[in-house]
Design a protein around this ligand. Sequence first.
Ligand SMILES: [Zn+2]
Length: 290
Amino acid sequence: MQKARKLMVLLTMFLLLASSLFASFAEENVCCSRLNAPYWHRDANCHFAETDWMTSDILGDETRRIDVSRAESEGQKPCPGCATEFAPSFTGEFPDWPHTLAPWGYEKGDMIEDDDWPRGAVELPADVLKTWGAPDEKLYELFPDAGDFEEGGKSVYPDDYAGLFINACGGCTILLVDPSIERVAEWRDMLQGEFWVLSARYSYNELKTLAKAVSDRILTADSERRAQGEPSYYHIVSVSVSQIANAVEIGVLPDGFDEGVRRIREALDDAGYSDPCMLRFKPANYPSWL
Ligand SMILES: [Zn+2]
C-alpha cells in the first residue's frame, strides 16, 4: 500500500513536470502578432515599427497569439526590440531615460508642434546628442550613393549593414545582420560616434537587389503597358526599401490589390525571390500620373 502511494506521488510529479515542460516548449513557439505588421513580438506591449511617424498613432491591429511559423509564413520576422537573441544595445553610456518609449525605436512619443514640423517631445537635449557625433552623416560620407538603387548607386554598403534611422531619443539606430560585440566595435570605429544597434535578418544590399529586380521586371513592365494605353497587369505604383521594416515595400493600387499582390508574388517566385519576410505590400494612393 505504502509502495503504491509512493508510486502514485512519483507518477504525479512526473506528469506535472512533463506538462510544464510541454507548456514552456509550446510557449516558445507562440508569439504576439498584429496583422500587416512587419515583425512578430515576444512582448505583447511592444509596437516596434508599428507607429506612424507623423502622428504617433499605433498602426497595428489587435494582438493575436499565433505560432511563430505562421507569423513567418505571413511575412513577419522576429522583432529586433523584443524577440531576437541580440538585444538592443548602445555603443556608449546611455543617460537616464524616464520614458515608456524604447529609446532605439522609431516612435516619437507625444508630438509637439514646433514651427512647421512636428518633433518628438522625448528627444534628449542637444548637448547630450552632440557628444555622440554624427554616425549617419559619416555613413553617407563613406558610402555616398549606396542607398540609391534606382539611380544605380555605385558604392556598396558593408554586407552586414541593414539600415539606419533617427530614433525616439534623437540618436541613430543602426540595423546589422548578425551583430556581435566585436563587429559593433568595428562599426563604432568606422562611424566615429555612438548609436543603438538592433539585429536584422536582411542586409541593405540584399533588399536593394530585390527592390531593383521588382523595379526592372515588374514596375517597368506596368509603366510600359500604361504608356501604350493598356491596362495595368500588376497594379504596382511604387517600390522602395524600408529600413525600419527590414523589407522591400511595394505600393499596389487599392483597386485590384489582391490580384496585383498575387501576380507580383508569382513573378518574383519565378525570379527566385520567394521569401515572404522580405516583402511588404501596401495599398498605395493613386499617383498623380494615373
Ligand atoms: Zn517587439
